[in-house]
Design a protein around this ligand. Structure first.
Ligand SMILES: Nc1ncnc2c1ncn2[C@@H]1O[C@H](COP(=O)(O)OP(=O)(O)OP(=O)(O)O)[C@@H](O)[C@H]1O
Ligand SMILES: Nc1ccn([C@@H]2O[C@H](COP(=O)(O)O)[C@@H](O)[C@H]2O)c(=O)n1
Length: 212
């Protein structure tokens, strides 16, 4: 018998692994709303920067999280600098707690939802019916990030981008609060050798199979 529980899909993985691409494809396929939770942490980081708050102060970051008024269309949100600060302030337990309810409310919508981030399958939606952990080698992720930056007219150097990806992996995986890790019941999807179309198709295939 098919379960009637709302379909919540958790997609986690490291920076530039393609989890957002896969999550959007799953949301379109299953006709579900999608939340990129990284944008929340980026929103806190950007607010902090604009307000002149100190990213080394948990108290300042908490204040930015509590007052967060996210404009997800703000192009500054996607900058590498904001991503780096987001990865620092996301280590603060108080910041994570301040953003928890918002994410859980999104996941708890009656019709279900797709969320992508670092701790969706482990903390935000541990009962999600489908969990994917999307990854790719650091080198492949750096190439993708570089291509993304070049497309946005922000040329960078591959070795710098690779260093940044590795630093982000290190911080996200080794922090005490909700570190990036594959949930025990998550399905691993390594996209290193898959192009975008193949990664999306494989994610949909894995999700469909998990729901049988
Ligand atoms: N399988 C793939 N092959 C090639 N490029 C890809 C693939 N998946 C995603 N990309 C590209 O790589 C970049 C990063 O993808 P995406 O934004 O989906 O990753 P992410 O894991 O959500 O990143 P972040 O955590 O930093 O937000 C984008 O430019 C995207 O188009
Ligand atoms: N659930 C999440 C989502 C994101 N983070 C942190 O935010 C940084 C930026 O996220 P992107 O996905 O937009 O790159 C990321 O490096 C994480 O540190 C998080 O902790 N939890």
């Amino acid at each position: 018998m098919t379960s009637r529980a709302p379909l919540v899909i958790a997609v986690d993985g490291p920076a530039a692994s393609g989890k957002g691409t896969v999550a959007r494809a799953l949301a379109a396929h299953f006709d579900l709303p999608h939340l990129d939770t990284g944008l929340l942490y980026r929103g806190v980081a950007l607010a902090l920067l604009r307000w002149g708050g100190d990213p080394d102060s948990e108290f300042a970051a908490l204040r930015a999280a509590q007052e967060l008024n996210l404009d997800s269309g703000d192009p500054e949100l996607r900058s590498e600098m904001v991503g780096g600060i987001a990865s620092r302030i996301s280590a603060y337990p108080a910041v994570r707690s301040a953003l928890l309810e918002r994410q859980q409310a999104f996941a708890g919508q009656p019709g279900g939802a797709v969320l992508d981030g670092r701790d969706i399958g482990t903390v935000i939606a541990p009962d999600a019916r489908v969990k994917l952990f999307v990854t790719a080698s650091a080198e492949v992720r750096a190439e993708r990030r570089l291509a993304e930056l070049e497309k946005r007219g922000l040329p960078a150097h591959l070795p710098d981008v690779l260093l940044d990806i590795r630093a982000r992996d290190e911080r996200d995986s080794h922090r005490a609060a909700a570190p990036l890790r594959q949930a025990e019941d998550a399905i691993l999807l390594d996209t290193s050798e898959l192009d975008i179309a193949a990664a999306k198709a494989r994610a949909i295939q894995l999700a469909e199979a998990a729901l049988v």
